[in-house]
Ligand binder design. Structure first.
Ligand SMILES: Nc1nc2c(c(=O)[nH]1)N[C@H]1C(S)=C(S)[C@@H](COP(=O)(O)OP(=O)(O)OC[C@H]3O[C@@H](n4cnc5c(N)ncnc54)[C@H](O)[C@@H]3O)O[C@H]1N2
Ligand code: MOO
Length: 434
């Protein structure tokens, strides 16, 4: 009995949710620079306020609360660089103050240097002469608090900075650094044991013997798993001997990993090693209405989730994108930037009526060109594509100009038309006349 893509997706998600043991693991504490993309394991409270003290938003003059009305010459006093603790500001004086510098006690506002008369700062030598002939500055009227960044206006000490489960991106890590937090507790990564099967499959690097091919799946799937926030703690290349694979499965103990993932050996051949090694087990071998990625296996080994992907590399990665990546995202919260977009198909295609076909394409500017045919060995075409093109069950043909749904799996190249637009801008950013 053939399963639908949605049925298998739900089965994989349920398997990981109920059997992977993910979620109960011990948090690790890592330095901020190792925490990018990880999920925060506990709430973090701000240990300091941001900003920690009232400070200037502009390079200019700090003015006393009694002098906000402007119109009188103020005596210029010692400047306040960022990092200094200033003396209190007296009525009738103005202190040159730099962006980020602490506002002096008595200071009520900052007037930007451009609005001062004259609009300049004075040298230390000029100010040293203050005793004989005070240097003065004229400032326009301003209001209380103008260009002052108040302590705690971003976040107050003791407030929740980030909540558990937050995915730590540059902004979140920057906030923690600004709060002086150097290490963070993060949820453990989802751990995967990756097994590639096949007597014909050889480790890259060694000379290629006749009849053999290099192992692409280990590298392809490890990269995909890492990109999705998981950790391949171990991978093994195994041949087609069911006894060897059975021993490898028997060595897997409960709790040792969150998922066992294999490629190859699950179809209709005479040497389907995964099928043979798991005969009589609870693992289910099914045919999903998907191309590539039709043959699938799922179940548990020693209580640990097991997924068997087909051996063809494109079938394996399509299986990952269609089934495993969504389940990982649901479970770990690590974002999988895989937007689905509508695109105008630039050429015709055929598809089997009973299957959801996934073609590879290059999406740009709202349009998609197919890259290579539907076959599942076309790794070069996969590497030249940036999206999966979906042809739903029941659709047997599409024409150029039809709208399809694509899933972005790689970066979109710059639109050549957009580049031309940029080139006709002048130095000010205005569009030049054609
Ligand atoms: N009579 C039938 N034959 C096949 C069917 C079918 O329904 N009836 N299904 C086809 C489909 S669809 C697929 S997909 C494959 C899946 O086969 P297996 O999962 O058993 O995978 P293998 O036979 O072991 O390998 C398939 C293919 O992929 C190459 N391969 C395997 N591992 C790697 C690797 N690590 N790196 C690179 N390439 C790998 C292998 O050499 C084969 O060419 O079955 C079809 N057959
Ligand atoms: O379904 Mo197979 O996965 O076409 O190549």
């Amino acid at each position: 009995m053939r399963r639908t893509v949605a049925e298998h997706r739900a089965a994989v998600a349920g398997l990981l949710r109920w059997s992977s043991g993910y979620g109960g693991g011990t948090a690790e504490t890592v330095p901020l620079r190792r925490a990018l993309g990880r999920a925060l394991a506990a709430d973090v409270t701000a240990p300091v306020s941001l900003p920690p003290f009232d400070n200037s938003q502009m390079d200019g003059y700090a003015v006393h609360g009694a002098d906000l009305g402007g119109g009188r010459a103020l005596t210029v006093v010692d400047p306040i660089p960022a990092g200094a603790v200033p003396a209190a500001l007296a009525e009738g004086t103005a202190a040159p103050i730099m962006t980020g510098a602490m506002l002096p006690a008595g200071g009520a506002a900052v007037v930007p240097i451009e609005q001062a008369v004259p609009p300049q700062f004075y040298s230390a030598a000029d100010l040293a002469r203050t005793a004989e002939a005070p240097v003065t500055v004229g400032l326009p009227a301003t209001e209380h608090g103008r260009f002052v960044r108040r302590a705690g206006s971003d976040i107050a000490a003791g407030e929740a900075a980030l909540v558990a489960g937050t995915i730590l991106g540059p902004a979140q890590l920057g906030l923690l650094a600004a709060c002086g937090v150097g290490t963070v507790p993060v949820r453990p990564r989802f751990r995967v044991l990756l097994l590639s099967t096949g007597d014909e499959v050889a480790e890259p690097g060694a000379p290629l013997a006749p009849g053999t091919i290099y192992d692409a799946n280990t590298t392809l799937l490890e990269a995909a798993l890492v990109e999705a926030g998981a950790d391949v703690e171990r991978h093994r290349l195994l041949g087609d001997d069911p006894a060897v694979l059975q021993r490898a499965f028997a060595a897997i103990t409960a709790g040792s990993t969150n998922l066992v993932l294999s490629t190859g050996g699950i179809s209709q051949g005479a040497y389907e090693v995964v099928k043979q090694a798991l005969a009589g087990s609870s693992v289910e071998f099914s045919s999903v209405a998907l191309q590539p990625g039709g043959p699938q296996a799922h179940g548990t080994i020693s209580g640990i989730p097991f997924l068997g992907f087909p051996g063809n590399p494109v079938s394996a990665i399509v299986s990952f994108e269609m089934f495993l990546r969504p389940a990982l995202q649901q479970l770990t919260g690590v974002p999988a930037p895989r937007p689905d977009l509508d695109a105008v198909l630039l050429e015709a295609l055929d598809s089997p009526a009973a299957k959801h076909q996934v073609r590879r394409g290059l999406f740009r500017g709202g349009k998609v060109t197919l890259v290579g045919g539907p076959d599942s060995h076309l790794l070069h075409a996969l590497a030249a594509s940036n999206c999966l093109v979906h042809v739903p069950v029941g659709v047997t043909a599409l024409q150029a100009g039809d709208t399809v749904t694509v899933t972005l799996i790689g970066p979109v190249p710059a639109d050549p038309f957009a580049v031309e637009d940029v080139l006709v801008l002048d130095d000010t950013g205005a569009r030049r006349p054609d």
